[in-house]
Design a protein around this ligand. Structure first.
Ligand code: FMN
Length: 314
């Protein structure tokens, strides 16, 4: 069976995100892949209502879907997207992070939570790879959460990110066409995607720029000071994206590097096992809340102060 690759963008028509995505997809097509591409701006995607009926259903062993399935285009897109071997996302950076059009789309994926659905036997496991392109007018300084924001949306549908590009300093429409190196890099991303798909699953690894980012595990460029977690685990420094834990160490040439400690990948969010620890957390925290009738009683009483209080709106 041929390789299926899908491109998803949320940028302006015929502009930077679309162009870089198309260049990557051209490489995939040249390698014989069957290519599909959409721009989310052409679709109606409603915001997640936050009802969590999807995950409540899953916790009872059922795949109930999303309450919005019949109301917009999300399901139509996901039916195709989840049938791919690889997906390339190319998204403009707005306010340091991925644009809201993309985030609204991505945050509607809770009802497709692969780890949950596989656990209850509702779906079969499928290994997919992803490539990410963030496109902004500025340098890394003003795109500080762009790729990281996209990476954070990959876990729900179990997409293994094998390459990422931060396209910088392309504010004008189609301005990326003045940067041949960038176009070549996008083509290379497409080639890397095909290479990853053709590699046996257990051997698939990072194919992007070797020195990209702080985190040797997920290549994000974002670290945070660790704080005690729900189960007491406390790393000095954590990767903001995958949750790897460790510390900063000075190299011989005087630079800082993030070194992951021995148990630092216990909660690696890029793996099903790592995410399972989060399911445990949800079970204890949210489950604990629902299970104890006393909690509901306390909340029921205390909430009156807020339900009855209103302020002037607009
Ligand atoms: C509302 C808005 C916010 C933006 N914020 C940022 C930003 O924080 N950082 C940045 O590098 N570029 C920012 N930009 C510039 C866009 O990322 C840039 O124009 C990019 O080329 C858009 O991609 P497109 O051509 O595919 O639409 C912003 C643009 C808009 C419209």
């Amino acid at each position: 069976m041929g390789i299926k690759v899908m491109g998803v963008t949320a940028g302006r028509k015929n502009s930077n995100s679309e162009i870089l995505l198309k260049e990557a997809l051209i490489a995939c097509e040249e390698a014989g892949a069957e290519v599909t591409m959409i721009n989310l701006k052409d679709y109606n995607i409603l915001d997640c209502t936050g009802c969590t009926s999807c995950t409540i259903g899953m916790s009872q062993g059922k795949n109930v879907g999303c309450v919005l399935d019949e109301k917009d285009d999300k399901k139509k897109i996901m039916d195709v997207l989840l049938d791919q071997d690889a997906v390339i996302y190319s998204v403009p950076t707005y306010d340091l992070m991925p644009s809201a059009t993309y985030l609204s789309f991505a945050q509607r994926s809770l009802s497709y939570e692969t780890a949950f659905l596989e656990t209850i036997g509702a779906i079969e496991h499928r290994d997919r790879v992803a490539g990410l392109i963030s496109v902004g007018g500025s340098t890394r300084a003003w795109q500080s959460m762009a790729l990281e924001g996209m990476q954070a949306t990959m876990f729900t549908t179990d997409m293994k990110v094998v390459d990422m590009i931060l396209a910088t300093r392309v504010p004008g429409p189609a301005q990326c066409l003045l940067n041949d190196e960038l176009i070549e890099r996008a083509h290379k991303l497409g080639e890397n995607i095909i290479k990853a798909v053709k590699t046996p699953v257990e051997k698939r690894g990072w194919l992007g720029d070797e020195d990209m980012g702080w985190c040797p595990n997920c290549h994000s460029n974002a670290l945070v000071l660790g704080e005690p977690q729900w189960d007491g685990l406390h790393y000095p420094i954590e990767c903001q994206v995958c949750g790897a834990g460790g510390n900063l160490e000075k190299t011989e040439d005087g630079k800082w590097k993030f070194v992951i400690q021995e148990d630092g990948l216990l909660k690696d969010r890029t793996t099903v096992e790592g995410r399972a620890r989060h399911l445990e957390e949800i079970g204890r925290t949210q489950g604990g809340f629902f299970e104890n009738p006393e909690n509901r009683e306390i909340v029921g009483k205390k909430i009156l102060r807020y339900k009855e209080k209103t302020f002037k709106g607009i």
